[in-house]
Design a protein around this ligand. Structure first.
Ligand code: 5AD
Ligand code: FES
Length: 350
């Protein structure tokens, strides 16, 4: 039965929620092999053997939100907080540019110390100094006007994971946030013209196969340019410290299903997967992922951006990660692409 569903998904890029639930619940080893085979073929059909590299700059770990799973939640008083200055951010970009990166992803907690003026000036400076790069922001929810101004300042992309498409689960995990606003924000970003990234965690406490099927349907409808999928990994200084967390296998299955449902999406092999298994990122690439985001943050602040425990690369220099990742990509038989790596959907519309 799984085989028939997988083949239909490969052909039609669609299964109903009920069919996805059946597939997720009954997938055996043989089914997984077939699923990964088709998801990799689908990735190759659209993007060839290319895997894109993005340089990630974690510029602040201050956060006003209190997501139950996250190590830098506002209530965690044990985190030493930091903010990078504009100059420090530019230095990271400079080093990244030298290492060949042509996309910079600026990520932080929801830190309103960086108001619209500061953010605009950061984006303008980066685009002015490195005009052939793409700038991605991953800074959480801001109003429509701010999103619009940041886009006009030159920001190309915006990552805002939907985290989970289940309203009840979302509300349990995000006491300070609003389910509807998350979705509205994603639609607003799309309408403005950003390449938009959504995504979710796998293995959240109480998450069911129905919830995961809903994540895939939500993504199919939103049709984002990028989809970040990672395992939930418990953090000791959060209320979910004793939760079990997502498994490598379950996450790989969701990456593969996302590739088949939304074939043209850019799908990162997430750092969280590399944390669960030393070869997690390679396995994700072979399940249809085509982006990696090595860290460019200064080594001194890296251990402080701890969303989950045992995060990899916290002691490594940018140049080390750059080489490490390249070697990991080529070990899978794929090829590194250092270009901007815009999504196919975006290329068609521009
Ligand atoms: N485990 C895995 N992923 C996490 N994130 C935050 N906390 C955790 C955790 N404990 C993810 C969220 C967020 C992204 C930046 O990191 O999905 O959107
Ligand atoms: Fe940082 Fe491998 S990516 S050490």
């Amino acid at each position: 039965m799984s085989k028939e569903l997988i083949e239909r998904l490969y052909r039609d890029h669609y299964l109903t929620r009920e069919e996805l639930v059946a597939l997720i619940n009954h997938l055996d080893d043989e089914g997984k092999k077939l699923l990964f085979h088709y998801s990799l073929q689908t990735k190759i059909r659209h993007y060839g053997k290319k895997v894109f590299m993005r340089g990630l700059i974690e510029f602040s770990n201050y956060c006003k939100q209190d997501c139950l799973y996250c190590g830098i939640r506002a209530s965690n008083k044990k985190v030493e907080r930091y903010r990078l200055s504009i100059n420090e951010i530019l230095q990271c970009c400079n080093e990244g540019y030298r290492l060949g990166y042509r996309t910079f992803v600026l990520q932080s907690g929801e830190d309103f110390w960086y108001g619209e003026d500061k953010l605009i000036s950061i984006v303008k400076k980066i685009k002015g100094m490195f005009p052939d790069t793409a700038v991605t922001l991953s800074i959480g929810e801001r109003g429509k006007t701010v999103y619009q101004k940041l886009f006009e300042a030159g920001t190309d992309r915006f990552l805002l994971r939907h985290e989970t498409a289940s309203k009840s689960l979302y509300e349990k995990l995000h006491p300070t946030m609003d389910f509807k606003n998350r979705r509205t924000s994603l639609n607003t970003l799309k309408k403005i013209g950003y390449q938009v990234g959504a995504g979710f965690m796998v293995g959240l406490p109480g998450q069911t196969a129905e919830d995961l099927a809903e994540d895939l349907h939500f993504l199919k409808e939103l049709s984002p340019d990028m989809i970040g999928i990672g395992p939930f990994i418990p953090h000791g200084e959060t209320p979910l410290r004793d939760a079990v967390g997502g498994s490598l296998e379950d996450t790989l299955v969701m990456v593969a299903l996302a590739r088949l449902m939304i074939p043209e999406a850019l799908l990162p092999a997430t750092t969280a997967l590399g944390t669960l298994d030393p070869n997690g990122r390679e396995k994700a690439i072979l399940a249809g992922a085509n982006v990696v985001m090595p860290n460019l943050s200064p080594t001194k602040v890296r251990p402080l951006y701890e969303l989950y425990e045992n995060k990899i690369c916290t002691g490594d220099e940018p140049a080390h990660c750059r080489g490490c990742i390249e070697q990991r990509i080529t070990s899978t038989g794929m090829e590194v692409d250092l270009g901007r790596g815009d999504s196919i959907q975006f290329q068609k519309n521009n």
